[in-house]
Design a protein around this ligand. Structure first.
Ligand SMILES: Cc1cc2nc3c(=O)[nH]c(=O)nc-3n(C[C@H](O)[C@H](O)[C@H](O)COP(=O)(O)O)c2cc1C
Length: 365
């Protein structure tokens, strides 16, 4: 990140970057980015639930400067943070996911690239050849289209795959209904050239609202047996589903409620995490998104058993505020805050963190 941004007080906090992003977007796009589904109970809870997780500090711990690096599926991560797949990326900045992937490369973290990107997965991999990239897609539509995406990710050199299982149809998003928001081919069709509209709509769950859902763990398991790439399952909120995903062959459990955009009324992910970690008990890594807004949130999720966290809106705020540099700035601020939190907590490195570092805060809110 340039000296300019580093010394500019306008970029001093993540909330300032959020405000910059909001100011840069037109009202409809702002609502699309910020909004959730239903009454937005889950959207709000994703963030407020972090307030109930407190720290149990150890003073005079004898520990030095905290280490923040980790690894996931053999991918080295400079920070325990990945970028989440968010489609329609060109709406937030002309460079969209291209800027996000390049930022991930510069910072040394991984980016989960969305199927619904404004750019093709091949363009994105070529634009950041050293970035750790994970290809996200939806188990929807025909087997043929599903396998076509899988093979394209394999051929383009993606290190892992990510299946989003919480989106058989888009959630009930009232802001879109109110403002008449329509997803257009040019912002989400990077992987589907003109003429591929049906495949794209299938992939986004838009056609399936009117048809029988036909996907199951059994079907996913059969199709995923054909790839050597490890796969992450995104959208798990219960121990039962975590077990089903492991039985189907998933290598990572990704706890997510889609940032409160799918089924409203589900738990905040930080609330759902402990039972899933207990079920999985070290068999596979667990990662988490939804509601991460600052460095201390990352530390809390890792203390409760996540290997790394994933940032959706926070990455989008960086993108909208300043393209690649804005996203890099988000990572820099998360890094600095995490270092301070860990030092104050008396923790050596994030790899050593356990649930002993957190305590439930009750009452006052
Ligand atoms: C604008 C936007 C678009 C998204 N598009 C997708 C998508 O195409 N596929 C997907 O799996 N998740 C998608 N998500 C969900 C994110 O991957 C992630 O789960 C969510 O943003 C995490 O919550 P947070 O925004 O509070 O960090 C999207 C989220 C946003 C905000």
């Amino acid at each position: 990140v340039s000296e300019l941004i580093d010394n500019d007080r306008e970029w001093a906090t993540l909330e300032l970057i959020h405000q910059k992003a909001i100011a840069a977007l037109d009202p409809t796009t702002r609502e699309f980015l910020e909004g959730g589904s239903g009454s937005e109970v889950t959207l709000k809870r994703n963030m407020s639930a972090f307030d109930s997780v407190g720290f149990a500090t150890t003073t005079m711990s004898g520990r030095g400067f905290p280490g923040l690096s980790t690894s996931l599926l053999g991918i080295d991560l400079h920070l325990p943070i990945l970028t989440a797949p968010f489609g329609a990326d060109k709406l937030f900045h002309s460079e969209g996911q291209k800027a996000v992937t390049r930022a991930a490369q510069a910072v040394g973290v991984a980016s989960i690239v969305p199927e619904a990107s404004s750019f093709s997965l091949e363009t994105l991999a070529e634009g950041a050849p050293k970035a750790a990239v994970i290809g996200q897609f939806h188990p929807l539509g025909t087997d043929e289209n599903f396998l076509k995406m899988l093979h394209r990710y394999e051929d383009a050199g993606y290190q892992a795959l990510c299946l989003t299982v919480d989106c058989p149809t888009p959630g009930w998003r009232e802001h879109n209904l109110r403002n008449g928001y329509v997803i257009t081919q040019d912002v989400v069709g990077g992987n589907y050239p003109p003429g591929g509209e049906v495949a794209m709509q299938e992939a986004l769950g838009q056609l399936y609202a009117h048809k029988e859902p036909v996907w199951s763990w059994e079907k996913i398991s059969g199709l995923m047996r054909t790839t050597k790439l490890p796969w992450i399952v995104k959208g798990i909120l219960t121990a039962r589903d975590a077990r089903a995903a492991i039985n189907a062959g998933a290598s990572v459990i990704y706890v997510s409620n889609h940032g409160g955009r799918q089924l409203d009324g589900v738990q905040a992910t930080i609330e759902a995490l402990p039972a899933i970690v207990a079920e999985v008990a070290g068999e596979v890594p667990v990662i988490l998104d939804s509601g991460i807004r600052r460095g201390s949130d990352v530390v809390k999720a890792i203390a409760l058993g996540a290997t790394a966290v994933v940032i959706g809106r926070l990455a989008a705020y960086g993108l909208a505020s300043g393209g690649q540099q804005g996203v890099e700035r988000v990572f820099k601020l998360l890094e600095r805050e995490m270092q301070i939190v860990l030092q104050l907590l008396g923790a050596g490195s994030i790899r050593e963190l356990t649930s002993d570092a957190v305590i439930e805060l009750k009452g006052v809110a």
